[in-house]
Design a protein around this ligand. Structure first.
Ligand SMILES: Cc1ncc(COP(=O)(O)O)c(C=O)c1O
Length: 257
């Protein structure tokens, strides 16, 4: 985050942190999502804290908080952003609420979470240490099982003063003889789900907006062409992880012969 914050300060820019994949992790002793003006966390089914769909946006700026709530509520006037905003209001405030609660002051969305989703998320909050510990243990198991393959594939590591939440386990192919499409196909056929890494530059919509500039970012391009993730979910049993290691090793050995 440090270089990003420096650039933002130098150019008077606001920072929105997409911390979707790193909930509850620390960078230099501070929680991710707390460095920028707004932190965003996803609670989609595959993520660290799961409500089914949706997410959480945080800020410590009161004005931004009101605007964010308004965006979530169809761009509604900030006088009435929550169903309880009219309870215990004095007559003067009640009058103002009644007259402006259907006033829409900006273009917004209908992104409100349901109470059921919130309850699911809150219940998992008390288990966050356990969820993270389990993900980190699973990642360690995969790393231990693949350590001697590091000449051919790059495994995840954590820079100093940073923590990894292991929403997924990233693998980057280093060896030319290991072809990603066949590797992924092999794993999927053996019921090990994969996902591409997405440094965005090769996404059709970004190409449309910014043009074909991927070649200007060789590291992102390499990751787009050679990287993928496998799962690291806390629900994976040791046998599942051993099966993943076995299959990854089997494909690499086969590709090298
Ligand atoms: C970095 C990152 N940001 C955002 C998202 C999307 O989150 P959501 O589905 O809650 O919009 C994802 C999804 O995996 C992600 O990996």
């Amino acid at each position: 985050m440090d270089p990003i914050l420096q650039i933002a300060r130098a150019h008077d820019l606001r920072v929105l942190e997409d911390s979707c994949e790193t909930m509850f992790s620390m960078y230099k002793g501070r929680p991710v999502g707390s460095f920028g003006d707004i932190g965003c966390f996803s609670t989609y089914a595959a993520h660290i804290l799961v409500t089914g769909v949706g997410g959480i946006a945080t800020t410590s700026d009161q004005e931004l908080a009101l605007v964010m709530k308004s965006f979530m509520n169809h761009g509604r006037d900030s006088i009435y952003l929550h169903i309880d905003d009219d309870s215990e209001a004095d007559p003067e405030k009640l009058f103002r609420i009644a007259n402006s609660r259907f006033s829409f002051v900006r273009l917004g969305h209908s992104f409100r979470a349901t109470e059921m989703e919130a309850a699911l998320g809150l219940a998992q909050m008390s288990r966050k240490a356990e969820i993270l510990a389990r993900r980190r243990m699973n990642a360690q198991f995969l790393t231990d099982g693949l350590r001697d393959m590091q000449k051919y594939i790059q495994l995840p590591s954590c820079p100093a003063q940073s923590e990894h939440a292991y929403m997924m386990y990233p693998i980057l192919i280093k060896e030319q003889r290991i072809r990603r499409p066949e590797f992924i196909q092999y794993l999927e056929q053996n019921l090990i789900e994969t996902r591409y890494m997405l440094p965005l530059l090769n996404q059709p919509i970004f190409k449309k907006i910014f043009g074909d500039i991927e070649h200007e970012y060789p590291v992102a391009q390499y990751i787009n062409d050679h990287g993928f993730y496998v799962g690291c979910h806390p629900g994976l049993a040791e046998g599942d992880l051993a099966y993943m290691v076995e299959n990854i090793r089997a494909f690499i050995s086969q590709a090298l012969t």
